[in-house]
Design a protein around this ligand. Structure first.
Ligand code: HEM
Length: 462
């Protein structure tokens, strides 16, 4: 019989030995996603991975089951906090906005910001989304583009859209700055978050310097947005994120100071564009590789649109396209690793996670778990019919996280992506030029290099 004493249970969590001195540090650094997939295959649903030399070794407790993910993210939330190394690194790089804050700070921020993300409010953003998508298509057409890099284009589209909706700003000029510098921060944070030992950020090392420069550059973008809005004097009346936060910052309780305002803006700029851009990039890539899926999605769009721009009310009439997007987000979850730290020892999926442990709940692995998904690497949008969704564990698919800290932007992201994909598919047939895309897993998943697609204007496009 299994000994249930805490020490015995801890010792029972299996995991790879890795190299004698480094544990799994090199594997994690080389390919963190694949290392995690292998760990599940070889050791099961709760696995301990250690990295670094003895004495400085860091240990990650990985939870790979849907049941376990639910326990960590939704059931035992007081015990699993955003105090882990990855979140500490995110905080140090991009400040203490809604994504990273906790406790009273967090509750105050969430209460303040939540009204911008009610379903009704988000539905009101649809017109801005289709306007941006329409102008992107117009730009491609005017330029006579026949091959576009959807990685760059979707990233830009998502950035422009979130900036317009949440900050009332046109940040075309700053888009290159964010596009070029954010990946540096992303990779730096993940590398430090997963490394057993890190040199202090203040040391004049090339990696530190590059990351500091990148942070300075994206902070400057936020400062500029804030300054321009203040100069225009429009923050008092408008009801976008920036106005809401500015009004709060000038309220008597002084609830947000200038630095907090900037941190908040940066979080939304980053969390609100990179993730959606990645999801759309992969959805378009997969559509361009699967002509039969594309044709079916186009039929649905054509039936609906009949020449008119799709609106929020049309989302329910695009169930197949929604399934395509969900399947793309299953295979390429934009937040591939979700992390927490335990306060006290707690049982998760039949294993005892010790107090103070770094816990990783990776959608990347759970979205490919063979007990939950048949033939997991295959692209198959029919996995998301309502019947099949209802039959699956709620945490088999959780690209937006779960529990009280689930993504505040999830309805917005779905609306934005489905409507924009509808606009693009109505205008063009897509054919993949880059059949393989390389990936980088940072705090978010990113396609590195190009994801080129050949466009053919469709007859019914107008
Ligand atoms: C496909 C698109 C997106 C994906 C996959 C995604 C994913 C996630 C995930 C997994 C979390 C939870 C992280 C955790 O529990 O540690 C999260 C939180 C968050 N997301 Fe998103 N996100 C997306 C789009 C957006 C958009 C469009 C916005 C804003 C406009 C946004 C803003 C945020 C914020 C502020 C949080 C923190 C919420 C809180 O803790 O209360 N995200 N997102």
């Amino acid at each position: 019989m299994r000994d249930k004493s805490p020490m015995a249970a801890i010792a029972e969590i299996p995991g790879p030995k890795g190299l004698p001195l480094l544990g799994s540090a090199l594997d994690l650094r080389r390919d963190s996603l694949d290392t995690l997939l292998r760990a599940r295959r070889e050791f099961g649903d709760v696995v301990r991975i250690s990295a670094g030399p003895p004495g400085l070794r860091s240990v990650m407790h990985c939870v790979f089951s849907a049941e376990g993910a639910q326990q960590v993210l939704a059931t035992q939330t007081a015990n699993f906090r955003k105090d882990n190394r990855l979140y500490e690194e995110i905080r140090l790089s991009i400040g203490n906005g809604l994504l990273t804050s906790q406790d009273a700070d967090y509750l105050r921020q969430r209460r303040l910001i939540q009204p911008l993300f009610t379903r009704r409010q988000v539905d009101g953003y649809a017109a801005a989304v289709t306007l941006e998508a329409g102008s992107m298509v117009g730009r491609w057409r005017t330029a006579g583009d026949t091959v576009v890099d959807v990685n760059r284009e979707m990233d830009r589209f998502a950035l422009r859209t979130v900036a317009r909706i949440l900050f009332g700003a046109d940040i075309e000029a700053a888009a290159d700055v964010v596009h070029d510098h954010f990946p540096v921060i992303n990779a730096y944070v993940l590398r430090r978050g997963l490394s057993p030992v890190n040199p202090p950020r203040s040391w004049p090392l090339p990696a530190n310097r590059r990351a500091e420069e990148a942070t300075r550059a994206v902070y400057a973008v936020c400062d500029r947005i804030i300054a321009e809005r203040r100069a225009a004097g429009t923050t008092a009346a408008a009801d976008d994120l920036l106005s809401l936060l500015s009004r709060a910052s000038s309220a008597e309780d002084g609830s947000l100071d200038a630095a907090e305002l900037r941190d908040q803006l940066l979080v939304f700029l980053i969390a609100g564009h990179e993730t959606t851009g990645t999801s759309m990039t992969f959805a378009l890539h997969l559509l361009s590789l699967h002509p039969e899926v594309q044709a079916r999605a186009q039929e649905e769009v054509d039936r609906l649109a009949a020449g008119r721009t799709p609106s929020a009310a049309d989302l329910d009439r695009l169930p197949y396209l929604t399934r395509v997007l969900k399947e793309a987000m299953r295979l390429y979850p934009a937040a591939p690793l979700i992390g927490r730290r335990s306060v006290e020892a707690a049982e998760v999926d039949g294993h005892l996670i010790p107090a103070g442990a770094d816990v990783l709940v990776p959608p990347w692995v759970i979205h490919r778990h063979p007990d939950l998904w048949e033939d997991p690497e295959r692209f198959a949008p029919e996995r998301f019919t309502p019947e099949r969704e209802a039959a699956r564990h709620h945490y088999a698919w959780f690209p937006f996280g779960g529990g009280p800290r689930a993504c505040i932007g999830q309805h917005f992201a779905m609306l934005e992506s489905v409507l924009a994909l509808a606009v693009l598919l109505r205008a063009y047939d897509l054919e993949a030029v880059d059949r393989d895309i390389s990936l980088m897993a940072g705090v978010t998943l990113q396609a590195t290099g190009t994801a080129r697609v050949r466009l053919r204007a469709r007859a019914q496009a107008r």
